[in-house]
Write a new protein. Structure first.
Length: 122
């Protein structure tokens, strides 16, 4: 009986210590500078218009400009390569469509040194 109480108290003390050690860290402010939103289609199309609407809302929400850069190319390859070549600081985002995001990595051998899930814009 006493041993169970000691074991429970020890477990609770260990859990409390672990909770104090694993205190959540505060997130860094993001973005700290303008964010480049790369669009794989020419200006004036539906994806460009949607990207610009998103950029306006994101700029208002985060207080930093979100710059839409149109980089048309075959099946989004130009944007994918530019996104992979950009520094991994979260300041460059790709605004892509589902077709380009799904088909391009499987159909074209490109650099895949730092691939990560991307949000789908349209």
């Amino acid at each position: 009986m006493i041993q169970d109480l000691v074991a429970r108290c020890s477990a609770m003390a260990a859990a409390l210590c672990l909770a104090c050690i694993c205190w959540p860290a505060e997130a860094q402010d993001w973005p700290t500078k303008p964010v480049h939103l790369l669009v794989p289609f020419p200006p004036g199309g539906p994806t460009d218009v949607t990207a610009r609407l998103f950029a306006d809302k994101l700029s208002a929400r985060f207080g930093q400009p979100f710059l839409v850069e149109n980089r048309p190319g075959p099946n989004g390859i130009v944007v994918y390569n530019a996104t992979l070549a950009a520094p991994a600081d979260g300041q460059t985002l790709a605004f892509v469509t589902t077709g380009g995001q799904v088909l391009q990595p499987r159909s074209t051998p490109t650099r895949r040194s730092r691939s990560s899930p991307m949000s789908t814009g349209c």
